[in-house]
Design a protein around this ligand. Sequence first.
Ligand code: EPZ
Length: 422
Amino acid sequence: MDKLVIEGGLPLKGEVRISGSKNACLPIMSACLLTDDKCMIDNIPQLKDVLTMSEILSFLGVDMELGERAIVRKSGSYENFTAPYDIVSTMRASICVLGPLLAKKKKAKVSFPGGCVIGPRPIDLHIKGLRALGAEIKIEGGYIVARAKKLQGANIYLGGHFGSSVLATANVMMAATLARGESVIHCAACEPEIADLAKFLIKMGAKIEGYSTPIIKIKGVRSLHGARHRIMPDRIETGTYMIASCITGGSLHLKGAESSHLMAVIDVLRQANCLILKTERGLLVKRAKRDLSPVSVSTLPYPGFPTDMQAQIMSLMCVANGISVVTEKIFPERFIHISELNRMGSQIFLEGPSAVISGVAKLSGARVMASDLRASAALVLAGLVARGKTEVHRIYHLDRGYECIEEKLSKVGARIKRIKDD
Ligand code: EPZ
């Protein structure tokens, strides 16, 4: 296993290229199951999770060619309809092959995705939505076993206890593209990644209206054809580097960043005294004044503040001038990073669903353990500003969702290197 060794204290300056979005790329790759034609997807990020998804598609019999920044789904039909435990268990997002398999092959067998450190990851909404389209679904031997002679359009409410579900919306929307008649998804996820998926499906011949709103209408068609699509920029990677600039008191230009996907994050960072300017090619981010101001923020479904930015904003608030409150309303257990940040001298305590952060003048470097993708990013951010050396262990979590993070940070002045861990 590798670790990252960071010497903190240097302001980051320069330009970072934002990669394609992991959370748009994964469902879009799954959508290639809806056709036997060739598809070409550009601007894919070089990430472990993308590799995992291509392994699942290859296992299903879809011939995938992974290039530098593109992936090609070669034309040809596929016979397999089982996504196996040993691959699905490494990536929860594998669940988004369920809808396309059911629509295209009329059956699917997908290993039940486990929970993870951010909490239980139920799939009741996925099952509810696909059953509403006429699928017979049962859980057998740790697998979701689904079949449907012909999916039938339906009116579906997909809201859960925590609001909308991104991948349940993706699964049901993809399945509905080949159902008979019209489907309407109520309380659909409005995330930009769902919009990107819808745009790809429309290029394939799907009839979809209302994406980016809570009501998505899909008119089923007989078949979908191949298409070419360029993945949107990764808004969570963008938000992470915005905070890297603010926490180190630097100035970063984020090339390819799309500000309209990040209004909630921009609003909170401006409250914290950060300067964010839209440029022709992206976003310029720097701290406006010497001190960072504390903020109070709750995570919400899009367009609210993203849960995937909760750990990162917490790192920033560790060195703000005052008391901040960060409330997690999507994944209530998503606070594993608190104990590791406190090992670096932060003062955070948990009060129910809220973390209360008393800003400190300085964090100190320490050996810390990465636990999940975004918590790991938060530890790297803290290491960039901490006095002395920080070692972030188990960074395979990071490699799932951040492309070449140490190269991108080194290029703008960070003292960071990847070392083989003993
Ligand atoms: C997607 O996960 C993202 N992953 C997550 O990003 C992100 O945190 C999450 O959306 C929320 O924005 C990908 O897109 C690959 P949800 P997803 O279904 O779709 C509950 C990252 O770091 N729920 O929108 O699995 C669920 O427990 C990852 O990149 C049900 O109750 O999340 C949660 O409380 C982490 N029943 C809430 O809904 C269900 O059937 C939102 O989850 C499904 C979800």
